[in-house]
Write a protein that binds this ligand. Sequence first.
Ligand code: FUL
Length: 452
Amino acid sequence: MNEFDRFLVSCVPSERQILHSETEFYAFFHFGVNTFTDREWGDGTESPLIFDPEELDAEQWIDAVSAAGMKGAILTAKHHDGFCLWPSGFTEHSVKNSPFRNGNGDVVREVSEACRKKGLKFGVYLSPWDRHEPTYGQGKAYDDYFCGQLTELLTQYGELFSVWFDGACGEGPNGKKQVYDWERYYALVRKLQKNACISICGPDIRWCGNEAGQTRESEWSVLPSPADNIDFKSRDLGSREFLRGAKKLRWYPSETDTSIRPGWFYHAEEDDRVKSADTLIDLWYRTVGGNSSLLLNVPPDKRGLICEADVKSLKKLGDHIRKTFSVNLAESAAFTADKTDALHGANALKTDTYDVYYKAPDFETTATVTALLPEKTTVSRVVIKEHVPLSQRVEKFAVDVRLADGSWKNAAEGTTVGYKRILRIDPVETDAVRIRILDSRVCPVLSFIGIY
Ligand code: FUL
C-alpha cells in the first residue's frame, strides 16, 4: 500500500449517495406536451389546451414499474418546452390552463402520491433550458424564476431522492441563451432536501456517457474532482492511470439512463419497438450488476397510461429477478477466508448490510473467501458487494465453483465490484463457491456475497 492508493480509497460516498445507490433501479417518466404533439422536443409555443390525458392513472404507472422491480421514479416536471406538469405559481404555461382535470390537476402530485402509497421513492427532472419562459436568457431574472419553481417542487411533494438536471442549454423564445447559476440551484436543493442527490448536471450522480444502455466492464465510482473537464463518454474514468495526477477526488457513481422505447416521449409508431424482456434482463444485469444504477424511461401515452406492451416486458423482467434471486444459498453456507482481520470475519458476508463486513488484514491486497454450501445445489448467479463506506477498492477478482471430484473450476472473472457486481455463470452443480480477490487498491473490504 502506498500513498497514492491510500489517497484513492480516502474517497467515500456521502450518506445521501449511499441511500441513492440502494434504490438501484428506478423509472423515468417523460410526459408532457410532447406526448400530444408526437415530438421529442417541444419549442415552447404549444398550447396548454393540447394537454389532455383523459385516463391518467399514476397508480397504473407505478404498478407497472414496481412489477419490474423498480424502487423509485423520476418525473419530467418540466421539459425543454417549459410546460409545467404542476400548477406552478410562476407561469401560466402549465396544467392549470389545460383540460386535464378541468385545470385543477397536478401530475407531480398524483405521481408522488402513487409512489408513496406503493413504497417507491420519488424524484423530479426539471429542465433549466426553457423555450417558453420570456425571462430565459436574462440572467438573474430567469434564475429567480427557475429557483421559484424548484422551491415549489422541493417543498410541496414530500421527500425527493433525486433532483435530475439536464445540461441542455439552447436558445429561449427571444433567441438568447441562459448562463445557469448552478451553484445557486445546488444550494437550494441542499437547503430544502438534504437527502436528495443532484444528478447528472450535479455533484452526486454522474451520467454513464450514453443513452443506449451501454455499460463498461470496469465501472468506477471514484473520479477526479472537479469533474468539469471529464469526458463521460470515455471508456476509462477511474483506473489508477486515469486518476494519477488528480489533486482531489469525488465519489461520483454512474447512472445509466435509457428508454424502453427508441424515444424518450411516447410515440404510437414505436409501439412495436418496445424493448423485449430479454433485452431488459441483460440491461439490468449489466447496470445494476455492474456498479451503475439503472434509470429506465417508460413514457406514458396520450391516455395517461403505460401501454400494454411496456407493461408486459416490465412484468417479465420482474418475474425473472424475483425467481432468480428468491433463495440466497449463502444464507445457509459456512464462510471462511484465507486471511481475516480479527474483527471482521467472513460470516459477515451473509447479511446485506453495512453494519458488519469482511475485511482482509491491512496491507493485504488479495484474499480468498469460500462459502461451503450445506448440500450440492445448482448455482447460476453470484452477487458480490464491496463495503463502499470504505470506498471502492477491488480491481480484479475471480469466482470458482467446486466440482464433484473436489477440484475447483473457474466460473467467472471480473475487474471492479463497487456497490454491486452480479456474475451470470453457467448453471453448475456445486457444494462450494469461492471468490478470489486478485488485486485491490488496499486491503479488500466486502459487505455481502449472495449465491443463487
Ligand atoms: C436529454 C434531453 O434533451 C432529452 O429530451 C431527455 O430528456 C434526456 C433524458 O436528456 O438531454
